[in-house]
Ligand binder design. Structure first.
Ligand code: FAD
Length: 466
């Protein structure tokens, strides 16, 4: 059998700006790509919605790879044993992959790399998913950053490499049928809302830069408006890389200086993703352990009924319910509403933020090993550069501010759609006659609030004070 090259795909499901793939295609050897849905000990298993997305994405990628002469294979199990076995089967002399940054994944990859090299394989790894890798950015004293603004200032001045241009092509092959599970029954809403794959990612970026960027600084906090990029699931699965987003935005700013401030705002949000990866890399398991040690011993409440009401969007607090239902239906939630739903559970309900993080992990199509836990810790007040523990969002006033006409609530909580704007964020305060006219019967057509916002705020302040 001729010698081949193996590309181990992970969070880099794209053809363009994929350094591992580009390098593999430089050599005059057949190239195979392998995706392993990993269940090795210590690695965090992928959540359900992200997995549904993954399968669709791999189907799309399989065709694109075949066009370039690369056959994609799919396996489930322990990458630690499957990868070496598969490399042997296809007689791979070289194995390439793009790096990941969670401590468990890194240890795993390091061990695997060493043992593959010992067995005579050439093994190389690359950066496909960050603008700057964690070891290439540090404070002046050489320590990791713990605060976002100085991190962003340093990142902005770094020389970010341009994305890789055209890649070599091998002769086209017939696209293989991947042996993967069928889309689960609950994923219809997700795929009504999204089309996974690299082409969709590129179109989303182009449409955002063309139509929405100018409105981004003001509009990004308004959940009923479609002015954020919605690139998060594509970035999560690597269907687009941050260098591509950076480069396209910079290019646009250079050509249209009037869009500089909107463009910079957008890039600074992209930099939050980099910051989350910086934290993920430098800290112990951030999905399990608070980054600020003084929050390690909080006496969280146990309240399964409240947890389920939150998960199902039945808390009786309209903007929270709208967000939780948007999440359940489409696998995505607007950033402002993510903050409000996370604040309600970790502060007003005083339930362990890890329970909320795990629910998001299972239901978000963009469930990200760095962004999800880092953002949860930010809202819960125990993260790096976090909102202080005493900052407790009031979801009613936040709703009135960012969803003033109740458009978002009406979309996702249709049983409240006939309420006047004045009451749509606080039906429990509305006069009985208004509720009756709007067809709302609290406790029957829509729940009464499961928590009193005022007293629960005081309870949280007492429990979280450190
Ligand atoms: P845009 O505003 O268009 O931003 C572009 C990109 O920048 C995003 O795709 C994302 O990669 C990055 N970004 C933007 N805002 C943030 C932020 N605050 N923190 C980190 N990166 C950011 N984001 C995820 O990608 N995966 C998650 O699992 C995730 N979980 C979250 C959980 C909570 C509790 C909160 C409050 C936020 C979470 N976020 C997560 C961050 C943010 O909500 C999403 O990245 C954003 O809503 C995605 O929409 P967009 O692509 O339209 O964002």
């Amino acid at each position: 059998m001729p010698e081949t090259t193996l590309v181990w795909l992970r969070n880099d499901l794209r053809i363009s700006d994929n350094p591992a793939l580009a390098d593999a295609l430089k050599h005059d050897r057949p190239v195979h790509a392998l995706y392993v849905l990993e269940n090795d000990r210590g690695l965090r298993p992928m959540g359900a919605a992200a997995k549904a997305w993954l399968h669709q994405s791999l189907n799309v990628l399989s065709h694109a790879l075949a066009e370039r002469g690369v056959r994609l294979h799919y396996q489930e199990g322990e990458s630690g044993s499957l990868l070496p076995r598969f490399a042997k089967e296809i007689n791979a002399s070289a194995i390439y992959w793009n790096r990941r940054y969670d401590p468990a994944g890194r240890t795993h990859d390091k061990t695997l790399k060493a043992s593959l090299r010992e067995n005579g394989h050439v093994v190389e790894s690359f950066n496909a998913s960050l603008l700057v890798e964690p070891w290439d950015i540090a404070t002046q004293s050489g320590t990791p950053y713990g605060v976002f603004t100085p991190f962003w200032k340093t990142l902005r001045d770094k020389a970010i490499p341009d994305p890789i241009g055209r890649i070599e092509k091998h002769e086209k092959i017939t696209s293989p049928k991947l042996d993967m599970p069928k889309a689960p029954f609950w994923s219809d809403g997700i795929f009504d809302a999204w089309t996974p794959g690299e082409d969709s990612a590129k179109s989303a970026l182009a449409a955002f830069l063309e139509d929405a960027l100018s409105d981004y600084p003001q509009g990004r906090d308004v959940p009923s408006r479609d002015v954020t990029s919605r690139l998060s699931p594509y970035l999560r699965h690597g269907e687009i890389g941050p260098r591509q987003v950076w480069f396209a935005t910079r290019h646009l700013i250079d050509a249209n200086p009037s869009r500089t401030s909107a463009g910079e705002k957008f890039l600074s949000e992209l930099a939050w993703r980099e910051f989350s990866y910086h934290l993920l890399f430098h800290r112990p398991d951030i999905s399990q352990h608070p980054m600020q040690e003084r929050f390690a011993d909080i006496d969280w409440r146990t309240d399964t009924k409240a947890l389920h009401a939150w998960q199902k969007g039945q808390t009786g607090i309209p903007i929270v319910d709208a967000g939780m239902r948007q999440l359940w239906t489409t696998g995505w939630m607007h950033n402002r509403v993510r903050m409000l739903t996370a604040s309600l559970i970790s502060k007003n309900l005083l339930l362990d933020w890890r329970k909320g993080e795990q629910w998001f992990w299972d239901t978000l199509v963009d469930a990200d090993p760095a962004n999800n836990p880092a953002s949860w810790q930010w809202v819960a007040g125990c993260g790096a550069d976090a909102a202080p523990y005493f900052r407790i969002f009031n979801p009613v006033t936040q709703g009135e501010k960012f969803d003033p006409n109740g458009d978002y609530v009406r979309q996702w909580v249709p049983e409240l759609s006939d309420l006047p704007d004045k009451w749509v964020h606080k039906p429990a305060d509305a006069p009985g006659s208004v509720l009756a006219q709007s067809g709302v019967e609290l406790g029957k057509t829509y729940p009464k609030p499961i928590v009193d916002l005022k007293t629960s705020r005081t309870r949280a302040l007492e429990a979280l004070a450190r």
